[in-house]
Design a protein around this ligand. Sequence first.
Ligand SMILES: O=C(O)CCC(=O)C(=O)O
Length: 261
Amino acid sequence: MNTNLRQNSTVTEAEWREFEDIGYVRLGVVAPEEQIDALCERIDEIMLGNIRYEGMQMQLCPSASDDRDKVNFSGNHKGSSLKYRKIQELEMDPLFRDYIRNPLFRDITRKKIGDRVSVFRAMFFNKPAEGGVSKNWHKDSGWNLSIPEEITVYTALDPQTRENGCLMVIPYSHKECPLEGVKTEETIRKYAPPEKRVFMEMDKGEVVLFKNQMLHSSLVNTTNRPRRAFSIAFVHADTHNITSGRRYPQVLPEYRPAANA
Ligand SMILES: O=C(O)CCC(=O)C(=O)O
């Protein structure tokens, strides 16, 4: 039994203020430990290929393979391995879908988006044991959406520490750093200098809600255990990609896979 389980399935006024001001807010553990364990087991089964979904986007970790086809992020399974880097479209899986529809996330999306909600991406981010790749400073924005993206709910499926490449963030960067983010050494020094970096060490199951425009990054995993995480970028269900017209799977109030041709 997880003693840190959040009891309140609404975000408080103080939490909303923190989110708007700093760019992120820690929400604690929002699902029972058994549910997080079940997600970990499920994602391992998906990586191993024991459970498969047609077209699910997957990428093997570049630290685990030299084969360019396997480290390509595309809609087919790349072989039975726990060394995947990214798996997207997890809303297709009933266990992940259930988690996406957690009452606290309903409260968040109702307040920030409305009643009809889709996921731009429901994505597993993995740093395999003694490996993984670092992720440069970036914003989760510029996705060319008809209704601009705003929020991500990020869950640590394993405890996150400095040693295993925890999420790092720059408080206030959603306000201070221009929309295009940091592309050069000079802009990294200006907007993400070492003294502003926060190592977001997290417990297993802990959730952080962040603004997509907040700068974040992560380093490699130097431990002998995996560092698994699940990141959900929620958007309004009417959102489409301005260039391609692509639509996104609706998850609230009910699940409707995207009807893309
Ligand atoms: O989990 C990580 O290491 C990075 C996640 C990330 O960049 C994201 O959620 O956009």
